[in-house]
Design a protein around this ligand. Structure first.
Ligand code: HEM
Length: 212
């Protein structure tokens, strides 16, 4: 069998293209987002990261999850920190959690139940995305929204010395996690779903930001 990470990339490649070209992600990438829209996006990703990181931590002694439960890449803390810096400490009241954000988090939460193999798909989708495309996003955001470094900690990995080699290692870890998953196709289809949830959040945040 081809490696799991390669299979995941092949399956999600068209969805990746779609994700880049849709909703608030597209606006961020093209420098057309305002601070409120960006903060609303972070707020609606937060519950999915919290579910992912709680799920990884809870299952970190299971074979497969052990290699991908790496606290140095956990992002929930940085999201909260950026939200406080950008939107002020009242963000929980001022920025709504949209149904799409809630649905994404619930899906991740459910993936942490049972044999937990589907958690691999969610770790792949968010963390390899953050480690790869995140750095390009950081540059665009710093410029277009004039954000200070303390507002962009989501893109910082201070405990990781060499981001490039860490990213390659994490991709290998996804492969190793896959060898203990009973059924690769379950993981692959969960990754496709994870991309779709991300696209849905991106569209919903764009629409909600336009209404505010
Ligand atoms: C904002 C626009 C985005 C940009 C500019 C971007 C850019 C990139 C780049 C340059 C790579 C490396 C490609 C490679 O090594 O072949 C990558 C990989 C990846 N991206 Fe994105 N990305 C974006 C959005 C997203 C989104 C929204 C997701 C999903 C939530 C995502 C998930 C991933 C994943 C999972 C990978 C790893 C592919 C692999 O190595 O298997 N990206 N991205």
């Amino acid at each position: 069998m081809e490696n799991l990470a390669d299979l995941l990339r092949d399956r999600t490649q068209p969805l990746h293209t779609q994700a880049e070209r849709t909703g608030i992600v597209r606006d961020i990438l093209t420098g057309r987002v305002d601070r409120n829209g960006y903060a609303l996006f972070l707020r609606n990703l937060l519950p999915a990261y919290e579910a992912l990181e709680a799920g990884l931590s809870r299952n970190c002694d299971r074979r497969g999850i052990d290699v991908i439960a790496v606290p140095e890449i956990y992002r929930a803390g940085t999201l909260i920190s950026d939200l406080n810096a950008i939107a002020g400490s009242t963000w929980l009241q001022s920025l709504p959690l949209l149904p799409a954000g809630e649905r994404y988090a619930r899906r991740v939460d459910r993936a942490a139940d049972g044999d937990t193999a589907r958690l691999i798909a969610h770790a792949y989708t968010r963390y390899l995305g953050d480690l790869n495309g995140g750095q390009a996003l950081r540059r665009v955001l710093a410029r277009s929204l004039d954000l200070e470094p303390r507002m962009l900690t989501f893109y910082d990995f201070p405990e990781i010395d060499d981001l490039k080699s860490f990213t390659a290692d994490y991709r290998d870890a996804i492969d190793r996690a896959g060898t203990s998953a009973a059924d690769a196709s379950t993981v692959i289809e969960e990754a496709a779903a994870a991309f779709q949830y991300n696209i849905d959040v991106s569209i919903a945040v764009k629409a909600a930001a336009a209404r505010q």
